[in-house]
Design a protein around this ligand. Sequence first.
Ligand code: PLP
Length: 435
Amino acid sequence: MFERKPRTEYESALLDKGKRYMPSGPRNPTRAPQQAIIVKRAHGARIEDCSGNEYVDYLLGSGPMLLGHAHPAIVAAVREALAGGSAYLLAGEACIDLAEQMVEAVPCADKVYFQSTGTEATFFALRLARAYRKRDKILKFEGGYHGMHDYALVSTQWTLAPAEYPHPVANSAGIPASVLGEVLVAPFNDIETTARIVEEHADELAAIIVEPMQRTIPPRDGFLRDLRELTRRLDIPLVFDEVVTGFRLAWGGAQEYYGVVPDLCALGKSVSGGHPIGVVCGRGDIMDCAGPAALMRGEGVLLSGTYSGNPISAVAALACMAELRRPGVYEQLFARGRRLMDGLAAAARESEIPAIISGEPPAFDLWFTAGDLANFRDMLKVDGKRQSRFAELLMDRGVIKAHEKFFVSTVHSDADIDFTIAAARDALRQLAMEG
Ligand SMILES: Cc1ncc(COP(=O)(O)O)c(C=O)c1O
């Protein structure tokens, strides 16, 4: 039985300092101030705070720790690599090996370029598409998240009041109005409305970017296939943002899992077991817009970054991929995730609180809603207060999750899953009592 220790003076002092020196303060795993923690360390499927509490972790650093924290193979590979220097700007051996393996693994990849974050990967994918198409506008889906750059941070999951399609809503101050003019927005899983917007703006569009599983909403049957056909017919590059789904839903990511191959793909997070990486890869003719011939013509795309392809992230990614390639890894990940999904669904039914499970076994959530979840407007019907309260109650019972996701790792054990289901059952009972 988990009994949460009260916050120590030491942890309180760290939280106070964080608030004093950082504009938004330390990140809180839930929305309640009493749940804020400072992390001491993390290992396997556990994360420990500075007051001595150890939680089963489904936040997983927002996804990258697919193999769990401090995986021994990654720690060993990085430790060895560090002695050889950590940034060359020039490509090292590991970077070249990684490029080759990435092209072999990702169905759409003829060529690949590395960055340090998923944000850079989507940003550069869109820049490549613009150069290829010689057009400026991009289309994204309402509620989809593609990182923090100006073209991405519109009409995401944080939108309180959506605009009429295809108009975007900025999710942050500081995004230029001129950028908003370059972004169109369509509803996920609604190919008719999407096709209408795309056809109307076909001559202005440089790219369509989509999370193949949008947050935890899987694509409806045929949605990605129809989007693929539409974009192919109009020669508009289709960009899959696989920063979450890449190497997680399958070795070949969502493109393999859902059987639809885009023109460009952005990856990050789970590629490198917790070391900063972004990857943009895709069709050779589009990737070659960043090649020497295009640069010589004065039309080339610049894709550089000081830490792009750095040897530490590259070595970590190679070690991570070697682990993921072991036989049975995905079967076990899916079995554990499926068991957790089923256990949470049963616990929700017992509590009689209207809720559904949405997502795929390695990344999903329990959503407090009576309806179906097909797109962002359905998400607006979710009981947000219950959603936050459930996360708080889980934390008091030794479980940490992201606000909008359970990420399952390859090292969550059956015992961890049982513990989590028991904690959720108790949390839901409490939630039902609170009304
Ligand atoms: C689908 C998706 N794309 C892009 C990003 C941005 O990645 P990063 O935080 O590494 O910049 C994220 C991060 O959560 C993401 O979930």
